[in-house]
Design a protein. Structure first.
Length: 529
RNA sequence: GGGCGGAUGGCGAAGUGGCUAACGCUGCGGUCUGCAAAACCGCCAUUCACCGGUUCGAAUCCGGUUCCGCCCUCCA
C-alpha cells in the first residue's frame, strides 16, 4: 500500500511501526457549534481509510480528539451566557448525532483536552526543562528556534516565516514565531492551576500530548484538513519530537477542502453549510458517496446539484443490490443447471473488478477510482440479472457469490446504509397498496393504478413494475400513518362506488398486517391490533 | 513576497511515458413496458489551458506563459 505523505511530498510504501497494526490519530473538531460539511470531509475520508485498512487485515488503533478548551468556545459561551464546559459537552453530543448518521465508526478513544490537563502540564514542564520552552508572566511559549527541524512538514524555513511575518507582535516573546503552550487566564476565563499560575493550554499542545498518550511516541498516520499543516501540525511535531526525541508521525495525511463557488468553505468566511441541514435533505450515504467520489486530496466544490448527482449515481449502485436480491429471493422452482459461460463469466468479471478496486485503494486510497470499478461491477451484475435464468441453480450461485463481493466492497466505503425505523411495517403497507394497484392494472383500471403510483411518488416512493408484481424504492422511510390513511381513502372510494369486494380486500389485508379498521359515522379510524 | 496544489468531453471525475483517455450524471438511438420507471444493448473528447523541449512514443517528464485555489492569522 502506498500513502501520500505531506512530510516528504511523495507517495510512500505504508509500513507501520508494528506490521500488524496501524496507529491513527485524526484531529477532531473544536466543539462550539454544529459541524459543517467541511468538517465532515475528513471524518468520512479517514473513516474510509480506517475501514479499508481493516479490510486489508490491519488492526487499527484509532484516536480522535475533541478540542473542548479553546478561545472560541469561551467566546461563544460568554455570548450565550453559559459555562464553556457545558457548551462544549453539548456540541460533543451533537457531533456524535451527526457522525453516527454518516456511519462514522466511533474511535477507540475520543480524548478531550479538559480531561488531560495534568498530562499537558507535565509535557510543558518537560519542554521547559529541555530548553524548548520558556515562561513569561504566567504564559509559556515554545522556543521555535530551539527545534532545528521546524518547518519540515509545511516546507518552509524559519527565515521565510520571519521575512513575511505578519504574526502579532508580542514584545515579550523571544521570537515572533514562538507560540503559546500555556495561556494565563484573564478575568472571568476558565482556568486550571499550574506551576505558572492559573491558565489553560494553548491550541497545539493537546494533540501532541493526547496522541502520544494513547498511541505511543510514534504514530503511523496522523490525519486532518490541509489547513492544519501549518501551524497546527508543524507545532505538534515540534512539541512531540522535542519531548520524546522520537519521530512523531510516519505518515501525514491531509485532505483537501470543500469549496463553494471555488472559495474555501469556512467558518470565518461564513459560507459554510451545516451538515445536519444537508442530512435533512439528502440521505447520509449520499453525502458519504459525494465525499469519496473525489480523491481526498483534491478540492471538492459543493452545491446541491452535486449532491443530486451523487444521489442518482449511488441510486444506481443501490439498484443493483435490489435487482440482485430480487433474483436471489425468487420463489420459482430451481432446476439443477450447470455452470455455463454466463455464470462463470460473471464471477470472473466481478473478481477482476474487486482486484482493481483493491489496487485503486492501495494507491493512496484512491476512492474515486475504486468507485469506478464498483460501477463496472454493478453493470456486470445488472447485465447478468437481465439475461440469466432465475430457475437455474448455477446462475443463482454465481449471482449470490457476486452480490456478496459487491456488498462487501460497498461496506468498506460505508455505502448502503439500511433505512432505519419501522421499515418492516412500512414495507407491508407498501405491499398492500402494491397489490391494490396490481389488481387495478389487471382490471385495466389504469386511472386507479396511476393514482396509486402518484400517491407513492408524493411520499417519496418510486414504483417499478416487473414481470411479476412491483417493487418499491425509497430513500427516506415514508410515514406509516400516511400509508394507512391512503388505504383508508381508497377503501372509502371503493365503498362509494359500491365496489365492496375491493373495500373488503383492503380491510382484510390491513387486518392481516395487524391494523384494525373501525367504521364510524365520521369515517374510519384505525388502531394496531 | 515565500510555500503548496490545480487546469482532462455539456457537467462531475479517474488517468502521471506506449492497449480503443476509466467511471458517473446529462443527452441521443434501440430492447422491454398499459403508460412509466428501472435495467439491458449502443452512441456522445483524433484530444487532455497555452507555447516550446526531451523521447521511437507524452494528458502524463522538463522549461516558460496564462488563469485558478489554498497556506503563511482561528479554521477540517
Amino acid at each position: 500500500m502506498r500513502v501520500y505523505n505531506t512530510l516528504s511530498g511523495q507517495k510512500e510504501e505504508l509500513t507501520p511501526v508494528d506490521s500488524s497494526q496501524v496507529k491513527m490519530y485524526v484531529c477532531g473538531p473544536t466543539t462550539y457549534n454544529y459541524i459543517h460539511l467541511g468538517n465532515a470531509r475528513p471524518l468520512v475520508v479517514f473513516d474510509s481509510v480506517r475501514r479499508y485498512l481493516a479490510y486489508r487485515g490491519y488492526k487499527v488503533a484509532y484516536v480522535q480528539n475533541f478540542t473542548d478548551v479553546d478561545d472560541k468556545i469561551i467566546k461563544r459561551a460568554a455570548e450565550e451566557n453559559r459555562e464553556p464546559r457545558e457548551l462544549a459537552s453539548q456540541y460533543i453530543a451533537e457531533y456524535f448525532v451527526d457522525a453516527d448518521r454518516l456511519g462514522i465508526k466511533r474511535a477507540d478513544v475520543h480524548p478531550r483536552v479538559s480531561e488531560h490537563i495534568p498530562e499537558i502540564i507535565a509535557a510543558i514542564s518537560g519542554l521547559i526543562d529541555k530548553g524548548f520552552a520558556y515562561a513569561i508572566d504566567g504564559d509559556v511559549y515554545y522556543r521555535v528556534k530551539a527545534f532545528a527541524e521546524y518547518g519540515k512538514l509545511s516546507h518552509r524555513s524559519l527565515e521565510d516565516m520571519l521575512a513575511g511575518a505578519r504574526v502579532e507582535v508580542d514584545e515579550r516573546k523571544e521570537a515572533p514565531v514562538d507560540f503559546a503552550l500555556w495561556k494565563a487566564a484573564k478575568e472571568g476565563e476558565p482556568f486550571w492551576e499550574s506551576p505558572w499560575g492559573k491558565g489553560r493550554p494553548g491550541w497545539h499542545i493537546e494533540c501532541s500530548v493526547m496522541s502520544t498518550k494513547y498511541l505511543g511516541d510514534t504514530l503511523d498516520i496522523h490525519g486532518g484538513g490541509s489547513d492544519l499543516v501549518f501551524p497546527h501540525h508543524e507545532n505538534e511535531i515540534a512539541q512531540a519530537e522535542a519531548l520524546t526525541g522520537q519521530p512523531f508521525v510516519r505518515y501525514w495525511m491531509h485532505n483537501g477542502f470543500i469549496t463553494v463557488n471555488n472559495e474555501k468553505m469556512s467558518k470565518s468566511l461564513g459560507n459554510f453549510f451545516i451538515l445536519r441541514d444537508i442530512l435533512d435533505k439528502f440521505p447520509a450515504d449520499v453525502v458519504r458517496f459525494y465525499l469519496i467520489a473525489t480523491h481526498y486530496r483534491s478540492p471538492l466544490d459543493f452545491d446541491d446539484g452535486k449532491l443530486e448527482e451523487a444521489r442518482k449515481a449511488l441510486g444506481r449502485l443501490k439498484n443493483t443490490r435490489i435487482l440482485a436480491r430480487e433474483f436471489l429471493q425468487s420463489e420459482a422452482a430451481r432446476s439443477v443447471g450447470k455452470e455455463d459461460e454466463m455464470s462463470s463469466g460473471l464471477v470472473a468479471d466481478v473478481l477482476a473488478f474487486q482486484e482493481q478496486f483493491i489496487e485503486a485503494l492501495d494507491d493512496d486510497f484512491n476512492t474515486a477510482k475504486a468507485m469506478g470499478f464498483l460501477f463496472e461491477m454493478a453493470r456486470a451484475v445488472n447485465s447478468f440479472v437481465s439475461r440469466a435464468d432465475v430457475k437455474n441453480q448455477a446462475h443463482q450461485d454465481a449471482l449470490g457469490q457476486s452480490l456478496e463481493v459487491f456488498e462487501s466492497l460497498a461496506e468498506v466505503m460505508g455505502l448502503f446504509q439500511e433505512p432505519t425505523g419501522n421499515g418492516a411495517q412500512v414495507d407491508k403497507l407498501l405491499d398492500i397498496l402494491g397489490e391494490l394497484r396490481t389488481r387495478a392494472r389487471q382490471n385495466k383500471d389504469f386511472g386507479l393504478a396511476d393514482q396509486i403510483r402518484a400517491f407513492m411518488l408524493a411520499i417519496g416512493v418510486k414504483i417499478e413494475d416487473t414481470g411479476n408484481g412491483s417493487r418499491f424504492r425509497y430513500e427516506q422511510t415514508p410515514d406509516l400513518a400516511d400509508l394507512i390513511q391512503e388505504c383508508i381513502d381508497l377503501r372509502v372510494r371503493f365503498k362509494k362506488n359500491q365496489n365492496y369486494q375491493e373495500a373488503d380486500f383492503v380491510r382484510e389485508r390491513l387486518q392481516e398486517e395487524g391494523i384494525i379498521l373501525e367504521d364510524t359515522r365520521e369515517g374510519a379510524r384505525w388502531k394496531f391490533a
